[in-house]
Design a protein around this ligand. Structure first.
Ligand code: NDP
Ligand code: 8X3
Length: 254
């Protein structure tokens, strides 16, 4: 039977790349994000190329009320979600913690941490009831290593790492798989968002080396999702070849 996947944050970057890869594999997909027009456009483009059913669903994962309502109001034929990719997330700011913007902190915590929890809490009971399912959390190198200026973003991704392990322990009894896919530098809209729309600053992050692209990460996510049911990818850290650690790059291409 065709599996149903929900990808949060599918309106750009890694989430959108996952949508293309999963569409090519024939999955039915619920694609979420706040930007409804983007999701509608993606649905049209995907349906034109691949004969798959797609439900675009616009809501803000950082709002508990919006998230609970969106899941509660899913049409009956979309209620059974086999795979959840918790991808929606963002970094805001890249400076010293003593000067940190508290609104930015709250947005990162509300989205990357609380948002992931809200959506998972709404989806997990169905998986438990069916005794099957797969949750794939998108972590980050920032969850493995803390780097200067990364402070609160790193803390949220550390929390994703920790929650992935916690979910695996609590859900193992129901045959549910839980994976963490943690990318290094990936060129998406991520840095543009982090620098509050400063495109030049964002471009500089990826200068002098070849970063990952969304599709590089999507391949890893699809790999984890399509392994036989008795195999679980616990943790996958994927980096550009030119990146050895959070702040160590080979920028000889500069
Ligand atoms: P993008 O900015 O390109 O994509 C982020 C996605 O998250 C968008 O689709 C955005 O949709 C969605 N999103 C953000 N906030 C919310 C919200 N409150 N509610 C619903 N959706 C939201 O960045 P990436 O693709 O790079 O980021 C995807 C994930 O990968 C994030 O969790 C990020 O932390 C992680 N990551 C990124 C890396 C990188 O270097 N790029 C490396 C490691 C991890 P919309 O704006 O429409 O709501
Ligand atoms: C995004 C990668 O290194 O900018 O999670 O934190 S990094």
């Amino acid at each position: 039977m065709t599996k149903t996947i929900m990808i949060t944050g599918a309106s750009s970057g890694i989430g959108e790349a996952c949508a293309w890869r999963f569409a090519a594999e024939g999955f039915r997909m619920i694609l979420t994000g706040r930007r409804k027009t983007r999701l509608e456009k993606l649905k049209s483009a995907l349906s034109e190329k691949h004969q798959v059913e797609i439900l675009p669903l616009a809501f803000d994962v950082s709002s508990r009320q919006e998230t609970e309502q969106a899941i509660k109001e899913l049409p009956r034929e979309w209620e059974k979600i086999d795979i959840l990719v918790n991808n929606a997330g963002l970094a805001l700011g890249f400076g010293g913690i003593d000067q940190g913007n508290i609104d930015d902190w709250e947005k990162m915590i509300d989205t990357n941490l609380k948002g992931l929890l809200y959506i998972s809490r709404a989806i997990m009971p169905g998986m438990v009831e069916r005794k099957s399912g797969h949750i794939i959390n998108i972590g980050s190198i920032a969850g493995k290593e803390t780097y200067p200026g990364g402070n609160v973003y790193c803390a949220t991704k550390n929390a994703v790492d920790s929650l992935t392990r916690a979910m695996r322990m609590d859900l193992v009894h129901y045959g549910i798989r839980v994976s963490n896919v943690s990318p290094g530098a990936t060129e998406t809209e991520f840095s543009e968002v982090r620098f509050h729309g400063d495109i030049q600053k964002a471009k500089n992050i990826y200068k002098g080396y070849k970063p990952l692209c969304g599709d590089d990460v999507a391949r890893a996510v699809v790999f984890a999702a399509t392994l036989p049911g008795h195999v679980n990818v616990n943790d996958m850290l994927i980096m550009p070849t030119a990146q050895a650690a959070a702040t160590i790059f080979n920028k000889k291409g500069e």
